[in-house]
Design a protein around this ligand. Structure first.
Ligand code: NAD
Ligand code: 0WE
Length: 259
């Protein structure tokens, strides 16, 4: 029971395949109280039943592209809880046309949208909730290896994740004096809603099975367990960092079969 008495606000559950679901489940299993957000009425229909299943305290609207939603979300959480301990950001979006072909073809609008939803939103959410986050609190977000190296078709999302990982370091500095930690989990590929319809995703999953030390793809449970560590006091010395939950892929160079 690593999170007994702790309260967590979790943004980014869409269904029970979501990384945020794996994180929420791990938190609840370790005694945390949770609150879940949804970006619009269409997603509310999916999130509310999950909130019920997990015994969430409440759900609330939060489209991260809206300053009004961010402010209202903070008001709602303040009314319901007063304060909380853990903020999970598991939100990303780019136009589908920008996740294929050449990155050079990304429009100004496509760039702005991807960076707004996928990177700025961590800063916006952090600022909106700052007065409510307790000392020894933990803020975390989800990244991907495409932030650091080129992954075919990841394109503008790689640029957004690079901005997100840099934001983690600067936010860690801002929050440091309050004893609040900020980190990213860089997860290996997972078959979530955000991965559906990505051309070549199956090839990416099979590449990982062949070319990682662990010879397997990771699960949302494994991401949940690392999130649990980051949320807990076990990680009291860890901030501004990117932790890889990727079966070791990030550590691998060239691998050649030996006879
Ligand atoms: P998902 O589709 O389950 O979750 C993405 C979430 O983003 C959804 O809940 C969606 O409602 C939310 N969202 C999109 N636009 C929003 C907006 N304007 N306001 C509020 N919420 C919005 O997919 P996922 O794979 O669980 O993605 C969660 C995070 O994990 C993302 O940051 C993603 O980049 C990251 N990630 C995913 C993988 C993967 O392979 N699936 C790997 C590494 C990192
Ligand atoms: O971060 C992600 C996915 C983010 C994402 C996915 C979509 C699909 C639907 C953002 N925006 C959208 N917009 C849509 O319209 N991942 C880490 C998963 C992912 O996405 C890829 C990958 C991997 C891995 C895209 C291309 C190549 C690899």
């Amino acid at each position: 029971m690593l999170l007994k008495g702790k309260k967590a606000v979790i943004c980014g559950v869409a269904n029970n395949k979501s990384i945020a679901y794996g994180i929420a489940k791990a938190f609840v299993d370790h005694g945390a109280e949770i609150a879940l957000s949804w970006p619009g009425e269409a997603l509310r229909k999916r999130v509310d039943p999950i909130a019920e299943e997990l015994g969430a305290a409440f759900t609330f609207p939060c489209d991260v592209t809206s300053d009004q939603d961010l402010a209202n979300a903070a008001t709602t959480v303040k009314e319901k809880w007063g304060n909380f301990d853990i903020l999970v950001h598991a939100v990303a979006f780019a136009n589908r046309e920008d996740l294929q072909g050449r990155c050079i073809d990304t429009s100004r609008e496509g760039f702005a949208l991807a960076l707004d939803v996928s990177a700025y939103s961590l800063i916006g959410l952090s600022r909106a909730f700052e007065p409510l986050i307790n000392k020894n609190g933990s803020v975390m977000t989800l990244s991907y290896y495409g932030a650091q190296k080129v992954i075919t078709n990841y394109n503008i999302m790689g640029i957004a994740k690079a901005a997100l990982e840099a934001s983690v370091r600067y936010l860690a500095y801002d929050f440091g004096e309050k004893g609040i930690r900020v980190n990213a989990i860089s997860a290996g590929p997972l078959k979530t809603l955000a991965a559906s319809g990505i051309s070549g995703f199956g090839k990416i999953l099979s590449h990982i099975e062949h070319y990682t030390p662990l010879k397997k793809n990771i699960t949302i449970e494994e991401v949940g367990n690392t999130a649990l560590f980051l949320a807990s006091d076990l990680a009291s010395g860890v901030t501004g960092d990117v932790l890889f939950v990727d079966a070791g892929f990030q550590t691998s160079g060239i691998q050649i079969a030996v006879e």
